[in-house]
Design a protein around this ligand. Structure first.
Ligand code: ATP
Length: 299
């Protein structure tokens, strides 16, 4: 539903986004990861129609996004520093959004205001950074957008609020198939939320994976045999990493768990353990495979 095809954008002398192709399916939550300066904000600004790309296409539901007001009204973007009209109170800002977003839901707004115990008569710029962010979420969820784009949304929020906001996002996705694109420096912050992860590095999308696929077919295997490891056990797996510790061989490998197990068992190993990896471990090994360090997005 949201597509970017070979998109490039130059800012001053840098290709901030360089030949990126992304397809975000309706009702999915896409996590865009990358270290400082990777190009995430630029890509989100292109996706939400703030920037026009230099090359390539950005298509939402079959139409261009840039300078297309009817499409833009179906997209809500919370920037890394949320923008509010100067001097506006929460209530005035809500009135403003209700005129732009045709599906604005006052009932939902009132419920969120009560739940976050938000003072609607206070000028938003007087709130702390964290409360401004909560206000931005209240507006975003009340606007009932088809696509919610979030740039570093959890910055400045305490763990309780992060959890609350994540669960509100998940409820909205489940209830009406809202699509979410969310950027972060940190895999751990978004791994429980996203179903697809894309990693950017120096303007390029260097890895894009479905989280369930990744988790289900990547394993940590420890094996030892009386003699050498029979080479045939490697036939139905893709080895990402191999290490020998005495007589034990440690493998990080992709493949079907049952097939791998049955072949190994048939050669009567002395030791055989097959464990699932954390998403973080999977990314480290995957990135080793493509030759990039991702340590800074795993901290
Ligand atoms: N307004 C601008 N003018 C010139 N260069 C810019 C501008 N905005 C970003 N850039 C450059 O474009 C590249 C990508 O920046 P961008 O802000 O998109 O990265 P990011 O992944 O969001 O980084 P961060 O996580 O630090 O926010 C960087 O090299 C940055 O210096």
């Amino acid at each position: 539903m949201m597509k970017m095809i070979q998109v490039r954008k130059k800012l001053e002398n840098t290709w901030a986004v360089d030949n990126v192709t992304i397809h975000v399916a309706k009702g999915s939550i896409y996590g865009l990861l990358g270290s400082n300066g990777a190009g995430k904000t630029t890509l989100l600004k292109i996706m939400s129609g703030i920037y026009l790309q230099d090359d390539g296409e950005v298509i939402f539901d079959g139409n261009q996004v840039f300078e297309n007001p009817s499409n833009k009204r179906r997209i809500f973007f919370i920037q890394d520093s949320p923008y509010f009209i100067p001097q506006y109170t929460v209530k005035q800002m809500a009135n403003f959004y209700s005129q732009i977003y045709s599906r604005w839901d006052w009932e939902c707004y009132e419920a969120l205001i009560a739940s976050f115990e938000m003072n609607t008569n206070k000028k938003i710029h007087r709130f702390s950074k964290g409360i401004q962010r909560q206000a931005a979420f209240i507006f975003a969820l009340s606007a009932k957008p088809d696509v919610l784009i979030l740039d570093e949304p959890m910055d400045g929020l305490d763990p309780v609020l992060r959890k609350k906001i994540k669960s509100l996002i998940i409820d909205e996705v489940a209830a009406r198939e809202m699509t979410v694109i969310i950027s972060s420096h940190n895999l751990r912050e978004v791994e429980d939320l996203c179903d697809t992860i894309g990693i950017m590095h120096k303007g390029k999308l260097i890895l894009e994976k479905d989280i369930d696929d990744l988790k289900s077919d990547t394993h940590k295997i420890q094996i030892a045999f009386k003699g050498p490891v029979p080479p045939v056990i490697y036939q139905n797996m893709k080895v990402l990493h191999k290490e020998k510790r005495g007589s034990i061989v440690l493998l990080i490998a992709k493949g079907d768990e049952e097939e791998i197990s049955s072949v190994i068992q048939s050669y009567q190993p002395i030791i055989f353990d097959l464990l699932h990896l954390t998403l973080e471990e999977i990314f480290i090994y995957e990135m080793e495979d493509v030759g990039y360090a991702v340590k800074n997005i795993l901290n």
